[in-house]
Write a protein that binds this ligand. Structure first.
Ligand code: K7E
Ligand code: CUA
Length: 658
């Protein structure tokens, strides 16, 4: 750990330096420790040489995103998104709390399923990662130069934002849809009035301008469960496809009542047509309250705005905006081939994998090959849109990715395997077991127009006997396969954080070249920033005390503060004056009810503290920043309410006080 930090050991003797380093041997010693130089060579792998890809895995119920290097499977980062993070103070500090504001108030948690990289011309471009929140419907944008969440938009008229945030090839929109149909707008009705009162929405969210995410429009649809999505590309550009189940419209014991129909639907939405209808005024503006939160990287602060209405298209008022494609048995995943022609459904209860043809779909629409209409939405004839059913693939097919060489790979939950097939010929060519119960799978670029197609990552729900037991809960895992040959080859498995659902992968160099190393201090516009130690100060405004504090290896200014009183609210505004890569400082004060904060070079963050009893309280740096990190500490003296101890503060000698 110390190897990468700059050591400030000035005039200390070699012996003292040695002692300071005890427990944190520099890299050279580490190599000898693990054995021969050869072994050490294998342990030390230069980034971008050995790890060819970044993999972004959703955290499921952790609410975050975890980042791994592939093919090593090494965890390199947890990106905080929808859950408060005590490691950094995300969601605790006044700067970041607005990010988690919603129409339901401050929400410190959510359930993330589907990361989706931004694309240019159908290819992941490494600018942003989007991810959905299921429970309180939201979509977040993560900036991949900082690996920080910079924007969150709430989705109104929605519940269970699962078919989200799948992207159009130009990053114009990301999708959102209701997994749970609900009364729209919400009202107090009997649950048994489901068929009459419950509806779904398919939403298109503007995604290509940072800081300007917004609900472009929603389509009001029959009250089914809309499950997953993927958008068309190439010839099918302008369309997005959403699976639905529960066309039975059951509202209790769905495992039986929503599994009756032989086929449910994939909804094919023509969003170009929707744009025309919006332009022609064929929509209703419906009142809806929802939050849009964004992070200003210069002010180092998040802001919220409340939106009040949304444009809703009723399908019968906008003919041609959508069609239903019958698809066997409660489909789950829907995936579009790199050439944009094939739409593969994952019938989780089906015994076949149904593949629809986009060109056949267009022809069927032209010839009006409809079997019926639901609420103004034509249902196309199954045979008229079907390319083929892949025979005897596996049990419980869920999700599909592509290798760019004409093969599709589908995860099969029930039979715990990946099946590889030629999707034009509809012929299975290989299968590989997974350990166990695979959900999603991911090939870098595997849902895009140009898959990189070298590795396949399986994300498994169950590990059973594969790892050391850890009490009642055994974690989830991922497995990496080499898919360059005819046969898939299992390379390794590794533990995951939370329960990853989907993932995205991208070549390392695309991201590496844009990674930000510091926040320039000169650009820091935080209202409580101080850019030099001489400007550090403490100001009282009634019961509020604002501490403008700096941090640099290895001290705080000021590091002694007196004249704080019980009943005060103390705001420690910390600016990290460092301008070197990877030198954060942390801050914690005894008795603080919030998490610590970690302040990046050039950044300002605030910790709020309400001391409850007189005494002297220590504070310290929490991040091992130099050999003298343990010296990076200070004291606050707290006096009784109403005492007349004057406010003073200093660092160094007590004569430096004001
Ligand atoms: Cu299949 Cu939420 Cu995409 Cu889990 S979902 S696996
Ligand atoms: Cu600063 Cu440790």
């Amino acid at each position: 750990m110390l190897g990468k930090k700059k050591l400030l050991v000035g005039g200390l003797s070699a012996l003292v330096v040695g002692a300071l380093l005890a427990g944190c041997p520099p890299k050279k010693e580490l190599k000898t420790e693990v054995g021969t130089a050869e072994v050490a060579q294998k342990v030390y792998v230069p980034p971008g040489k050995y790890d060819e890809f970044y993999a972004f895995l959703s955290g499921g119920f952790s609410g975050q995103v975890s980042v791994y290097g592939l093919p090593s499977g090494r965890l390199i980062k947890i990106i905080k998104v929808f859950s408060q993070d005590p490691e950094t103070g995300y969601g605790y500090t006044p700067e970041t709390k607005p990010m988690l504001m919603t129409s339901h108030g401050f929400i410190p948690w959510d359930d993330t399923h589907h990361p989706e990289l931004s694309q240019t011309d159908g290819v992941p471009d490494g600018r942003w990662l989007f991810i959905n929140a299921n429970n309180v419907p939201r979509i977040a944008r993560i900036d991949l130069s900082t690996f920080e969440t910079t924007e969150i938009i709430e989705i109104p008229n929605s519940a269970g934002n699962h078919a989200s945030p799948f992207i159009t090839p130009d990053s114009k929109y990301v999708t959102a849809a209701t997994r749970f149909s609900v009364p729209i707008p919400q009202k107090d009705v009997p649950i048994s009035s489901y068929a009459e009162n419950f509806k779904g929405t398919l939403s298109f969210i503007k995604a290509n301008e940072p800081g300007k995410m917004d609900v472009a429009f929603q389509i009001l649809v029959p009250g089914y469960d809309y499950d997953l999505a993927h958008c068309g590309k190439g010839p099918s550009y302008g369309w997005c496809f959403f699976t639905s189940y529960n066309t039975e419209q059951a509202y209790t014991l769905l495992e039986i009542n929503a599994s009756k129909n032989d086929k449910d639907y994939i909804a094919a939405v023509n969003w170009k047509r929707a744009e025309e209808c919006i332009a022609q005024g064929k929509y209703q503006e419906i009142p809806a309250t929802y939050y849009h939160n964004y992070y200003d990287e210069k002010k180092h602060m998040a802001f919220s705005e409340v939106k009040k209405s949304v444009k809703v298209i009723i399908p019968k008022d906008c003919p041609g905006v959508m069609y239903y494609l019958p698809t066997p048995k409660s489909p789950h995943g829907v995936d579009v081939s790199p050439d944009g022609e094939y739409i593969i459904g994952g019938g989780k209860l089906a015994t076949v994998i149904p593949i629809h043809s986009f060109s056949k779909m267009l022809k069927a629409i032209e010839q009006k090959a409809f079997e019926k209409e639901v609420d103004g939405i034509p249902v196309l004839k199954y045979d008229a849109v079907l390319h083929c059913e892949v025979p005897k693939p596996c049990l419980g097919p869920l999700h599909t990715e592509f290798d760019g060489k004409g093969f599709a790979y589908t995860s099969c939950f029930v039979s715990s395997e990946v099946v590889k097939y030629d999707y034009k010929q509809c012929k299975v060519v290989d299968r590989a077991p997974t350990y166990y119960s695979i959900g999603h799978l991911m090939i870098p670029g595997g849902d895009s127009a140009k898959p990189w197609g070298k590795y396949l990552l399986a994300m498994n729900k169950i590990t059973k006997d594969r790892y050391l037991p850890t009490g009642p809960e055994l974690f989830q895992s991922a497995q990496l396969y080499d898919i360059t040959g005819e046969k898939m080859q299992l390379l390794l498995d590794f533990a995951t954080i939370g329960e990853p659902h989907y993932a995205q992968g991208i070549p390392a160099d695309i991201i590496m070249k844009n990674v930000k190393k510091i926040y320039p201090l000169a650009e820091n516009e935080h209202p409580y920033a101080v850019k030099a130690e001489k400007d550090a100060r403490v100001e009282r405004k009634g019961n509020e005390v604002h501490v403008y504090m700096t941090m640099i290896r290895s001290h705080f200014v000021p590091d002694n503060i007196e004249g704080i009183k019980v009943g005060d609210t103390v705001y420690f505004h910390l600016t990290n004056l460092e301008q070197d890569w990877d030198i954060p400082h942390g801050f914690a004060v005894k008795g603080s009810e919030d998490a610590e904060i970690l302040v990046m070079p050039g950044e300002t963050k605030t910790l709020v503290w309400k001391p409850k009893a007189p005494g002297v309280y220590p504070f310290y740096c929490t991040d091992f920043c130099s050999a003298l990190h343990q010296e990076m500490q200070g004291y606050v003296r707290v006096s009784p309410a109403g005492s007349n101890v004057p406010l003073k503060y200093y660092t160094g000698t007590s004569t430096a006080q004001k």
